[in-house]
Design a protein around this ligand. Structure first.
Ligand code: HPA
Length: 259
């Protein structure tokens, strides 16, 4: 699989426009309503095996899209702290993707965020400690500029219901895991400007930037971050509704961006 195929004129064209990386609950998602174009497959990358990938049948005039479950197939095979981010991003490159959209569960830090809310983060605070954050390839420049591609992010944001209730320029703090944060850590992140907390977007977003792929994310608030209940009853939403909500939003966003 080279990520390129012959178009009707005999020229090579990328196999794919958009790779959608599914996070929370993606492994249990039945893709039938989104018309899989063939069996689930994996690619061998120089960094290890990719998670499972499914090509989806595009509607006429729509971009070619594939779906990749970040945490594995059928069950949570790898939790957020143990992902092979380089294999995931290199897979997108091998498939010729110009854009990566992902969804991921987050804990709410900002007091106005509720479980079930959707956020397209504008920036990252990276508090990971032991992840490989670069391909280290001499031909690739380290990531710079906005952590999320502005047009890709705008496409996602435009598809979030009730965009007027969004907090402006939400900041995602990425923690190392696998343990949950302490209350003191969450207080620190809040004072540093974080609105939501998760364990996935670094280095995924930075590696995508390094290989020149536009990257943006949709965060689903699955819980209140440690100590951030603020009198509200504890609530957790990690079930199939996360995937069923996020995939259609990202597919609509994929149809909006320039290919
Ligand atoms: N902390 C870190 N990662 C998460 C959380 C959280 O509260 N919720 C979902 N992913």
């Amino acid at each position: 699989m080279t990520g390129r195929r012959q178009n009707p004129l005999g020229n090579e064209e990328p196999l794919l426009s958009v790779l959608i990386i599914g996070g929370t609950a993606a492994y249990g998602l039945d893709l039938t309503p989104w018309r899989p174009a063939g069996p689930v497959f994996s690619l061998q990358t120089p960094y290890g095996e990719s998670p499972p990938i499914t090509l989806l049948q595009p509607d006429p005039g729509q971009p070619s899209v594939a779906f990749c479950s970040r945490h594995g197939k059928d069950v949570l095979q790898r939790s957020a702290a143990f992902l092979n981010h380089r294999a995931i991003v290199w897979t997108a490159k091998m498939l010729g993707a110009r854009t990566m959209f992902s969804w991921n569960g987050v804990g709410a830090i900002h007091p106005s965020l509720e479980v079930g809310d959707l956020v397209a983060p504008a920036d990252i605070l990276d508090f990971t400690r032991s992840r490989i954050t670069t391909f280290g390839h001499p031909d690739l420049k380290p990531a710079s500029g906005p952590a999320f591609h502005p047009a890709a992010r705008a496409a996602i944001q435009s598809q979030i219901p009730n965009p007027q209730s969004q907090i402006p320029n939400p900041v995602y703090v990425c923690t190392e895991g696998p343990r949950l944060e302490t209350e003191a850590e969450i207080d620190l992140y809040r004072r540093a400007g974080a609105d939501v907390v998760g364990m996935t977007l670094s280095p995924e977003a930075f590696l995508a930037q390094e290989v020149g792929i536009r990257y943006a994310s949709l965060c689903y608030v699955t819980n209140y971050a440690t100590g951030r209940e603020m009198g509200r009853p504890p609530k957790r939403q990690f079930g199939p509704e996360v995937a069923r909500t996020c995939l259609p939003i990202l597919l609509r966003a994929a149809s909006l961006i320039d290919h």
